[in-house]
Write a protein that binds this ligand. Structure first.
Ligand code: UDP
Length: 494
């Protein structure tokens, strides 16, 4: 047993601390927070994750494994208020919603969790609370109990800075059209954007449940104890500094937290039931040359119209490169012979060359395989960071949220990838509209995998991947940040 624990536990045990982790019910927020809780537990903390029933089933296997290793990670269940908000039973995660109306209901549910959450706090009396930004009430609750509340945004310091400066200066108000370029002022680098790349609510100033929630979250950020970030200092040093010194937040970079998934079993079961046989993707990748395969995946929330999917298929085929493509669609019975979004005979034609995963892929497992030489990503923060951590060059295809900000980090600041040419922020795409053409997709794939720039991009990506891994090892920047945070919290509880 002690042999198993060796290498999993930090030598210095913060065994007095009990920390509550309250993640937002979306994979891009929940998975890193689950990883974070596991990471804290490896430093000797007693970590309790607060999850709704359906979400708990997605991660319970991983938590059970950690417990078998002797880590003190526990799940406490909380009821999702399906009936109160009018969502069907079983829909408890943003990845299952299919319309803006359902999305609003999901956000409403986050408010209703306050009372049941307070009841749990009363029973357990933890020493600290790490809560997602989408629970602004958590700061008030923590204050009431006299414990610190740390906030987790799910995004990096760079995007937090862009967001902050945009809302302070509103440079998008000084341009004549949606396509006119403006500079985001006050940042360490010159970041240019257009209004088309900004979220709807910033662009047209509409108020929704979500915008009000974000406003409250930003207020709660100011009064919270500090911010824990899933990133590492070396990735965004100027922004880490800007966020702490100029904007004035107390910050701890503790990532990349996905690195706490050390073996294939952990990587395979991260987040959901994968839609393929456990070994299928690995066997397929094993047969490929190093750096030859493009991995294509757009996170857990993306929607594409059939015509756009068809365009992706053609772009990939025309590039002539091998690929794994994750499509968030299950094959329906009536589609046994033909799916509308796939060109006729596509899979047969590309047998052995193109591998489609319908549903959920073991992303971290795939990215870590040596055959993967590129990642076409929507630039969700976790995907971006997981790609960087694996040392893989990126093709940026931002869709919504802060992804257009992140694209500039990839292409202009870190220079570990290229853009596919996406221009328009869009959460719910129009049926029949093509946002990125097949020629642009083909061009980007070829440019990333064999083009002139490819070698430079690859070596920068590789170097960054090494830095990421070092950051979480003993003596690395994230390791030290986490140790410092835990020591500080320990002092607070004495
Ligand atoms: N993910 C995965 N398999 C999939 C799709 C997503 O493992 O098929 C994981 C991915 O590794 C990442 C998270 O889900 O950790 C998605 O978060 P991200 O911030 O990239 O995007 P979002 O889903 O929030 O748009």
């Amino acid at each position: 047993f002690s042999f198993l624990l060796k290498g999993y536990m930090d030598s210095r045990s913060h065994n007095k601390l009990h920390i509550y982790f309250l993640p937002m019910m979306a994979q891009g927020h929940m998975l890193p927070m689950v990883d974070m809780a596991r990471l804290f537990a490896r430093h000797g903390v007693k970590a309790t994750l607060i999850l709704t029933t359906v979400n708990a089933t997605l991660v319970s296997k991983t938590i059970d494994r950690d417990r078998e290793l002797g880590l003190e990670t526990t799940i406490r269940l909380i009821n999702f208020p399906s009936a109160e908000v009018g969502l069907p039973e079983g829909i408890e995660n943003h990845s299952s919603i299919t319309s803006p109306e359902m999305s609003e209901k999901m956000y409403k549910a986050t408010e209703l969790l306050q009372q049941p959450f307070e009841n749990l706090l009363e029973e357990d009396s933890p020493d600290c609370l790490v809560a997602d930004l989408f629970f602004p009430w958590a700061s008030e609750v923590a204050t009431k109990r006299g414990i610190p509340r740390l906030i987790f945004h799910g995004i990096g310091a760079y995007a937090l800075c862009v967001y902050h400066e945009l809302s302070q200066h509103k440079p998008y108000k000084n341009v004549e059209s949606d396509s006119e370029v403006f500079v985001v002022p006050g940042l360490p680098n010159k970041i240019t954007m257009t209004r088309r790349q900004l979220p709807d609510h910033i662009r047209d100033g509409t108020e929704t449940h979500l915008t009000k929630l974000i406003e409250k979250a930003m207020e709660a950020e100011v009064t919270s104890y500090g911010v824990v970030i899933n990133s590492f200092h070396e990735l965004e040093p100027a922004y880490s500094e800007h966020y702490s010194k100029t904007i004035g937040r107390k910050v701890w970079h503790v990532g990349p937290v996905s690195l706490c998934n050390r073996d294939n079993e952990d990587k395979t079961h991260r987040g959901s039931t994968i839609s393929i046989n456990e070994h299928e993707s690995l066997t397929w990748l094993d047969s490929k040359e190093p750096n030859s395969v493009l991995y294509v995946c757009f996170g857990s929330l993306s929607y594409f119209s059939n015509v756009q999917l068809l365009e992706i298929a053609m772009g990939l085929e025309n590039s002539g490169h091998e690929f794994i493509w994750v499509v968030r669609k299950e094959k329906k019975k009536e589609e046994e012979d033909r799916e509308e979004w796939l060109p006729d005979g596509f899979e047969k034609r590309l047998e052995g060359k193109g591998f489609i995963i319908r549903g959920w892929a073991p992303q971290v497992l795939i990215l870590d395989h040596k055959a993967v030489g590129g990642f076409m990503t929507h630039c969700g923060w976790n995907s971006l960071l997981e790609g960087v951590t694996a040392g893989v060059p990126l093709i940026a295809w931002p869709l919504f949220a802060e992804q257009f900000y992140n694209e500039k980090l990839v292409t202009d600041i870190l220079r570990v990838g290229i853009g596919v040419g996406a221009q328009e922020w869009c959460r719910w795409p129009e049926e029949g509209k093509i946002y990125v053409k097949r020629e642009d997709i083909e061009k980007a794939v070829v440019q990333l995998l064999v083009g002139e720039e490819a070698e430079g991009i690859r070596s920068r990506a590789r170097a960054l991947g090494e830095m990421a891994k070092k950051a979480v090892e003993k003596g690395g920047s994230s390791y030290n940040y986490l140790s410092a945070l835990l020591e500080e919290l320990e002092l607070n509880t004495n």
